[in-house]
Design a protein around this ligand. Structure first.
Ligand code: UD1
Ligand code: UDP
Length: 371
């Protein structure tokens, strides 16, 4: 039986996707121990997100000193061990996704003897260059409960013979959009600052896209040459690489508006008002399938762990080639008959994944009580 629900987040998307779960657990009167590892520490990627998603201040958060992946994972593990041990008895650990914080929390949990529930289990890109692919595979194999968003992710887990129990729940990002878009449309004033009447929303931050100057240069050229209005909230990793490679001035164009990372409510409004999206983000591929958004998404990547979004006609992959990127954006912008998206339901659920997760956890607790 679990008395304590330890929820660990580390980055912007984890806060967004865990928010509906945390709120359900708290509304159910359960004892939630919310920890933020501090992997994302900038106000706009952490505190602003907590505020926009109506979450309480974490009861523990850390200031991390290391910046290489292995050192970061080691540091988070050593910082989590003590608080985990203090409440290990009758606890369950809930984590979401595939970041370094997630793998650190899971490894600490398994060593301390806390059962692990992994939200968004079973995604696979089969691209071994991606740190996220290493992380999600490790975490899935040491989790006791796997909340797979779709049937495809369930099959991935079954094929790999994971030891935990699998439940298909939908993705909590759809809950977040369902709950926050109406608030965002009322509250956000972000459109007052946007220079264009119509625009393409762009986000790029994946390590394999921005860490190589050659690849980053190719993507930037593709975006610039598309010659259409672009609104680009810049992720700190990308900001750093633009600066390090002297690329910032490449984006100085009357067709391009650069923004700092946006709060969740403002970002939802930017998404809602965009013509379409160009990104390498995982979460945005899912969000765009929400019936209240339904935006076409060009994903600058060779593969995606979200094949459901491709099958639904929302996501199209673009290879890392300036020509392919610029011509695809240009064509979509100028198309007289933009490809219609005709899905009624998101492949990631109707926005009640967190309710399902809560019910499964409560049912498990009832069963454990009886044993
Ligand atoms: C991380 C996740 C990625 C996720 C992304 C969400 C891993 C391996 N990567 O990538 O899966 O898609 O978060 O946005 O866990 N930085 C700041 N301020 C911050 C955070 C980071 O300036 O608040 C800068 C630092 O220079 C840091 C770099 O960005 O070295 C990269 O940050 P890191 O958290 O390691 O990875 P992300 O690229 O953010
Ligand atoms: N997002 C945001 N502000 C931004 C860019 C993205 O709130 O400036 C949100 C977006 O709506 C989505 C999530 O952040 O829910 C995606 O996070 P990110 O792209 O950083 O990571 P990924 O999903 O690729 O792991």
């Amino acid at each position: 039986m679990f008395d304590n629900y330890i929820v660990v987040t580390g980055t912007r998307p984890e806060i967004i996707k865990m928010a509906p779960v945390i709120r359900r657990l708290m509304a159910g009167g359960l004892r939630v121990h919310f920890v933020h590892t501090g992997q994302h520490y900038d106000y706009l990627l952490s505190k602003q997100m907590l505020k926009d998603l109506q979450l309480p201040k974490p009861y523990r958060s850390f200031v991390l000193r290391s910046n290489s992946p292995a050192a970061q994972i080691g540091e988070i593990m050593s910082k989590l061990e003590r608080p985990f041990r203090q409440i290990a008895k009758k606890s369950i650990l809930l984590i979401q996704g595939d970041t370094n914080s997630v793998v650190s929390a899971a490894l600490t949990g398994v060593k301390v003897g806390i059962p692990i529930a992994h939200v968004e289990a079973g995604l696979r890109s089969y691209d071994w260059r991606m740190p996220e692919e290493h992380n999600r595979r490790m975490v899935d194999h040491i989790s006791d409960i796997l909340f797979a968003p779709t049937e495809t992710s369930r099959v991935n887990l079954e094929m790999e013979k994971v030891h935990g129990e699998i439940f298909v729940t939908g993705n909590t990002i759809i809950d977040a959009v369902r709950e926050h878009l109406p608030i965002a449309m009322k509250k956000s004033k972000v459109m007052n600052n946007i220079r264009f009447k119509e625009y393409v929303l762009v986000t790029i931050h994946r390590a394999e896209n921005v860490d190589s100057p050659r690849i980053l240069g190719e993507i930037l050229e593709g975006l610039i040459r598309s010659n259409v209005p672009l609104v680009i909230p810049i992720h700190p990793r990308t900001q750093e690489r633009l600066r390090a490679n002297n690329y910032s001035n490449k984006l100085a164009s009357k067709n391009i508006q650069i923004l700092s990372p946006q709060g969740y409510l403002d970002f939802l409004v930017l998404l809602k008002n965009s013509r379409f999206v160009v990104t390498d983000s995982g979460g945005i591929q899912e969000e765009a399938t929400s019936p209240s958004l339904l935006k076409r998404v060009f994903v600058i990547r060779d593969s995606t762990e979200r094949p459901e979004a491709v099958a639904s006609g929302i996501v199209k992959l673009l290879s890392i080639s300036r020509k392919h990127i610029s011509s695809s954006i240009h064509l979509e912008w100028h198309s007289d008959q933009p490809k219609r998206i005709s899905i009624r339901k998101s492949p990631y659920g109707a926005g009640y994944a967190s309710d399902k997760i809560m019910r499964i956890l409560l049912r498990k607790n009832e069963i454990n009580k009886k044993i």
